[in-house]
Design a protein. Structure first.
Length: 144
């Protein structure tokens, strides 16, 4: 069974690059341009089948920022253990520290260099889906 990633990214160019770098036969990406829309979708459907295996969350979003979205996601029982990786252009130490304090599983700065960005995306996918063990949605572990 393929892995599911929820991506919250308001920049259409970044979203296209992220999908290109991660999506494949073993992985689908569900894209939300708006953080509130993503949050509402998560709150409305908390079934195991709908829950993503990983969330990629931009920091600077219209309406609610990535920090607010992450705080609210962590309060939804079904999403409290879903890994959330902040994927943003900000390399400010204050924001990195705040992300981890709020429960981020990782913080990755988007690169302006296309090849470097693609490499970072492949590393994210490999780390979360091939290197670490994650609990299965029904309580077991994913097979690698």
């Amino acid at each position: 069974m393929g892995r599911k990633i929820m991506m919250v990214e308001d920049n259409p160019d970044h979203a296209l690059l992220i999908k290109r770098g991660i999506e494949g036969p073993d992985c689908t990406v569900r894209h939300f341009e708006d953080g509130l829309e993503a949050l509402e979708a998560c709150e409305a459907n908390q079934s195991e089948e709908a829950k993503p295996d990983l969330i990629l969350l931009d920091l600077q979003l219209p309406g609610l920022d990535g920090f607010s979205i992450m705080e609210r996601l962590r309060k939804i029982k079904a999403y409290e253990h879903v890994p959330i990786v902040m994927l943003t252009t900000s390399a400010r130490q204050k924001e990195i520290s705040q992300a981890y304090a709020l429960g981020a599983s990782g913080y990755v700065v988007k690169s302006d260099d296309f090849q470097m960005f693609m490499t970072k995306l492949k590393h994210i996918k490999n780390y979360w889906f091939q290197t670490v063990e994650l609990p299965e949605k029904n309580g077991g572990t994913h097979a690698s």
